[in-house]
Design a protein. Structure first.
Length: 462
């Protein structure tokens, strides 16, 4: 009976991630509010069920408690930013009080308390997905269901994007497309956001495909070492995974996202590295260098000049405009290094850091670097805590690649997903899009839950 109950939560969580990209990556207030409400309800039902069936707690002890405490500290700080003691209020509130001649105006740490509350709600949503995935994904069968579902979800949206691109449509699920009309964006507004989404699905597909390969000991030498053997036969699942990977990579190329291509390439490389690392047979430096050169040439040839020869724009949408944007964001961080200007309030306070040389009268809603934006929003201490949590999860996945006696591929895929998103976040804001964040949280949760040994002596499969 327990397996059926747990499987129901798995299906519901998959459904949530599957519908998150509709519409526009859930990057609108109504969409992310409904998404958060659904996940909150699912978490409450899981908690009530677990109260009567404690065996639903698949992951317990420090591995479960430490991430929860750290994440709740960040969420709690976001909520405190909506108010706070007067000595911590943002200076803009005193200026507003004078301008409105309202000496008793109620201020807050955040420039926009409502945005800080929304940011806390969204972080709770992503944390809940990670928790549910970590608890239910501890069971290997559930972990496999999650990964296959991610591949299917990513492929479906990639196919939609390909069909829309080939048909020459100028709408996104019925909504007029006003930007990136020459790039594949699927149901997302920004090509970089879909590139990260497709890249995560591609990493999952490549990781699951790699599990079909196995190794055998070479006993012909004095020092036995593993020998790579291809699958004895390519079953239907292998063919489908390879096909899905090809579709995802084709869609990724058509996004013309330079950072997306590079980050996905890094993620796929981590999957390959994890496969060799698990077997104690890492390729030599010449092989790695040669592979990197070949991969780069192939990507440049396949992507064409449109991807790598785009002119620099002044609105921060290209790599050419980002250095100036980063410089102004650093200025915002320097002004409020400890408390920040308020979670999710970047668009509100960044107006005062613009000038006529950058952005004109147009609003800038993102810093195009998630680390800098989070530091400006929540403060440097909050960023450090976030990075420590992130590093802790990835470190557990890294250790799990060698520690697990079986199913070591799952932490390897999570580690690759972390590398992909972590690199892309240096020059873009894809992880801040709800649909991408949900998929990423699901992948991390499954990989993290599978990173800890459970005992048993079955042969490992990656």
């Amino acid at each position: 009976m327990l397996n059926y109950v747990e499987r129901l939560f798995v299906i519901m969580l998959i459904a949530c991630v599957a519908f998150a990209p509709l519409p526009l990556g859930s990057n609108r207030p109504v969409s992310w509010s409904l998404l958060s409400l659904f996940i909150a309800g699912l978490l409450c039902v899981w908690a009530l069920t677990a109260a009567f069936r404690p065996t639903l707690f698949r992951l317990s002890g420090p591995p479960a408690v430490i991430p929860v405490i750290g994440w709740m500290l960040i969420v709690g700080w976001m909520l405190l930013q909506t108010t706070g003691p007067e000595f911590m209020w943002h200076p803009l509130w005193s200026t507003t009080s004078v301008a409105l001649n309202e000496p008793d105006i109620r201020g807050a740490i955040a420039v926009s308390p409502s945005d800080a509350a929304t940011a806390a709600m969204r972080l709770l949503c992503y944390g809940a997905i990670f928790w549910l995935a970590a608890q239910t994904g501890r069971e290997p069968e559930n972990a496999a269901i999650y990964l296959y579902a991610i591949v299917v979800i990513g492929t479906v949206y990639a196919l939609y994007g390909l069909i829309a691109e080939l048909s020459g449509g100028d709408t996104i699920v019925g909504i007029e497309q006003r930007a990136y009309q020459d790039s594949l964006t699927s149901t997302f507004v920004n090509r970089n956001s879909f590139a990260t989404f497709a890249g995560l699905a591609a990493v999952a597909a490549f990781g699951m495909l790699a599990r079909t390969f196995h190794t055998e000991s070479d006993t012909r030498s004095d020092r036995p070492r593993p020998v790579i053997r291809p699958p004895s036969r390519f079953g239907l699942s292998s063919v489908l995974l390879a096909t899905a990977l090809a579709i995802l990579l084709l869609a990724l190329l058509l996004t013309k996202s330079r950072a997306g291509l590079f980050s996905t390439g890094a993620g796929l490389a981590v999957v390959a590295w994890a496969w060799f690392y698990r077997r104690g047979r890492l390729p030599g430096l010449p092989v790695l260098a040669g592979g990197a050169v070949i991969a780069t040439v192939l990507v440049l040839f396949a992507a064409g000049g449109g991807t790598f020869e785009r002119k620099a724009e002044v609105d921060g949408e290209s790599l050419g405009g980002r250095p100036w944007l980063f410089q102004r964001t650093f200025s915002a961080i320097a002004d409020e290094p400890l408390t920040g200007h308020g979670g999710g309030s970047f668009e509100s306070y960044f107006q005062s850091y613009k000038n006529a040389d950058f952005g004109g009268v147009y609003a800038i809603s993102k810093a195009h670097n998630s680390y800098l934006e989070f530091a400006a929003d929540a403060g440097i201490p909050a960023l450090i805590l976030l990075l420590v949590l992130y590093a802790g999860v990835l470190l557990a996945c890294f250790r799990g690649i060698r520690a697990r006696q079986q199913d070591a591929g799952y932490p390897g895929i999570a580690l690759a997903a972390g590398a992909l998103v972590g690199l892309h976040a240096l020059v873009d804001f894809s992880v801040q899009i709800p649909a991408v964040a949900c998929l990423f949280a699901l992948l991390l949760g499954v990989g993290y839950s599978q990173a800890f040994p459970t005992g048993g002596g079955r042969h490992n499969r990656l």
